[in-house]
Design a protein around this ligand. Structure first.
Ligand SMILES: [Ca+2]
Length: 137
């Protein structure tokens, strides 16, 4: 049981992803990282799909990240990278970041939906995520 603030992040879905596979469609999954990348999680891979729906929820205990963000007067950065699963090297289909101040996180008790436009995508792809903060896990 982890005490302290926890970020609850649901990766809902992506729309209009770029196709990077030659003979089929991309096989997307999402990598989530908190701040300097000490914590990361990934969704499952959805084969052959440009509009994947994951609806997967992850919990990140962020007490030490919040303290360090407060000290450095910086927001906490949550980064999302959508990748295409391949046999050799997984290519990036697009990425997005969300910066939240410690105050915003503490106040974020209800689920907020964010529509993130993916950088590096030639197809104006959008990633939908939901975020809320729990005081205790
Ligand atoms: Ca692939």
């Amino acid at each position: 049981m982890t005490k302290g603030p926890t970020l609850v992040i649901e990766v809902v879905k992506a729309t209009n992803l770029q196709n990077k596979d030659l003979f089929s469609l991309s096989d997307p999954y999402v990598v989530i990282k908190i701040s300097e990348g000490k914590q990361s999680e990934k969704t499952s891979v959805i084969d052959n799909c440009l509009n994947p729906e994951w609806s997967e929820t992850f919990r990140f205990p962020v007490q030490s990240e919040l303290i360090s963000a407060q000290k450095k007067m910086r927001p906490l950065v949550i980064s999302f990278k959508v990748k295409d699963k391949d046999t050799l090297i997984d290519q990036t289909l697009g990425s997005a970041e969300l910066a939240m101040t410690p105050e915003e996180i503490i106040k974020c008790a209800e689920m907020h939906t964010y529509l993130l436009h993916l950088r590096g995508s030639s197809t104006s792809a959008v990633l939908e995520v939901k975020i809320r903060a729990n005081e205790f896990y």
